[in-house]
Design a protein around this ligand. Structure first.
Ligand SMILES: NC(=O)c1ccc[n+]([C@@H]2O[C@H](COP(=O)([O-])OP(=O)(O)OC[C@H]3O[C@@H](n4cnc5c(N)ncnc54)[C@H](O)[C@@H]3O)[C@@H](O)[C@H]2O)c1
Length: 349
């Protein structure tokens, strides 16, 4: 399998090194050939060459690889993060990776900031629409820099975009034995765009009568995710709200260092990455938690049809967590590299 690997910036480089270590071990243990192509696209590359990614970069990612793995992008030396926009958002848009798949799973009760929550209480999946919303960057500023400045940022919602993410959430629930699907929007205030979400949700849920469909306003969802996360199986929402509630979800699982994600277009080359960013203050210190990156390789393996391999990676991370082995922010005493080594040694057939 040909996999494009973009370590990126800051701790992205460090956590990717550990994810690669784990992938190589999976290859040995399961007799799989992973052809890993490390691509240099990053802030460093941009500052040196003026190029964010090559002219045929998106085509190459789409046509020459089975999957893409990204560490993280973002560097204070590139204040507008133009390279991150091109590499990360650009790939999502150009490859039409419309599903942002973010599982929220507590691996050990010790990690949950809520009182008395067991792993079974925090185990749900968020599907974030990944190609529309406010991320399309449509808008403008008038009289910028003056006291009369007007700033307009449009939110794009299309029937096609909303239908396919909501349908994906229901299909996932049906295929994975999840019973409840919750759609969250802000249709009480965003009366145009989110009325479309309402209409589509009602028509899609009629096709899945065996599933329990529920609507919540996004503010109520945030409240209930903290008060009683056990009531959720599958959540589907738009690009901006999904971005925000999955950081809340990451907090429920023990922190950003543990959160994994996939950017998918079923049947096409998809991209996998930890949810966290490049965390510049942690970079180069061997302290970043590589578990989110390693769990993202598990999602990648599963999406590539390598179910056993993906499950073995997830089990190895879980075992490390249960044994209290990991980085300091989750109560361990290991560094990034040592955590990666520990997990790598737990991978077995
Ligand atoms: N997908 C991405 O590449 C992505 C996502 C978010 C932010 N960013 C970029 O990253 C840069 C930093 O952004 P930020 O500080 O808002 O978000 P961040 O995710 O880098 O950090 C947020 C907080 O979480 C902690 N943290 C993050 N990852 C961790 C890990 N693996 N182990 C331990 N602690 C971890 C950080 O120390 C910080 O306190 C910015 O340039 C931003 O644009 C990139």
């Amino acid at each position: 399998m040909r996999i494009a690997v973009i370590p990126g910036d800051g701790i992205g480089v460090e956590v990717t090194a550990e994810a690669v270590k784990v992938l190589r071990r999976v290859g040995e243990a399961f007799g799989r050939q992973f052809d890993l192509h490390i691509l240099p696209w990053s802030a460093e590359h941009y500052l040196r060459t003026g190029e964010t990614l090559p002219a045929d970069g998106y085509r190459m990612l789409r046509d020459d690889f089975d999957a893409i793995f990204i560490g993280a992008l973002g560097d204070p030396r590139v204040p507008d993060n133009v390279h991150a926009r091109d590499i990360l958002l650009g790939t999502r848009f150009e490859l039409d990776l419309y599903v942002n798949y973010r599982p929220v799973k507590l691996l050990h009760e010790r990690l949950c900031p809520l009182k008395s929550r067991k792993p079974a209480d925090v185990d749900f999946v968020v599907f974030r629409e990944n190609t529309e919303g406010v991320y399309v960057g449509i808008g403008g500023r008038f009289k910028a820099g003056t006291d009369d400045e007007v700033a307009v940022q449009e939110e794009i919602n299309t029937y096609k975009g909303v239908s396919r993410i909501i349908t994906h959430a229901f299909e996932y629930a049906r295929a994975n034995g999840r019973r409840r699907v919750c759609m969250a929007d802000k249709s009480n205030a965003m009366t145009q765009g989110h009325a479309l979400w309402q209409r589509v949700f009602k028509s899609v849920c009629a096709q899945y009568p065996e599933l329990e469909a529920r609507h919540l306003y996004i503010d109520a969802l945030a409240l209930l995710m903290v008060q009683d996360p056990a009531q959720f199986d599958v959540i589907v929402t738009n690009n901006l709200f999904g971005d925000i509630v999955t950081d809340l979800g990451a907090a429920l699982q023990g922190g950003l260092g543990l959160a994994a994600s996939g950017n998918l277009h079923p049947g096409r080359t998809s991209m996998f990455e930890p949810v966290h960013g490049s965390a510049p203050p942690l970079a180069g210190k061997n302290v970043a938690n590589p578990m989110g990156a390693i769990l993202s390789t598990a999602l990648m393996l599963q999406a590539l049809g390598l179910k056993l391999e993906g499950a073995s990676v997830e089990a190895a991370v879980k075992q490390a967590v249960v044994e209290g082995q990991g980085t300091r922010e989750i109560g361990g005493s290991l560094g990034t590299r040592e955590t990666g080594d520990y997990i790598t040694n737990l991978i077995k057939l």
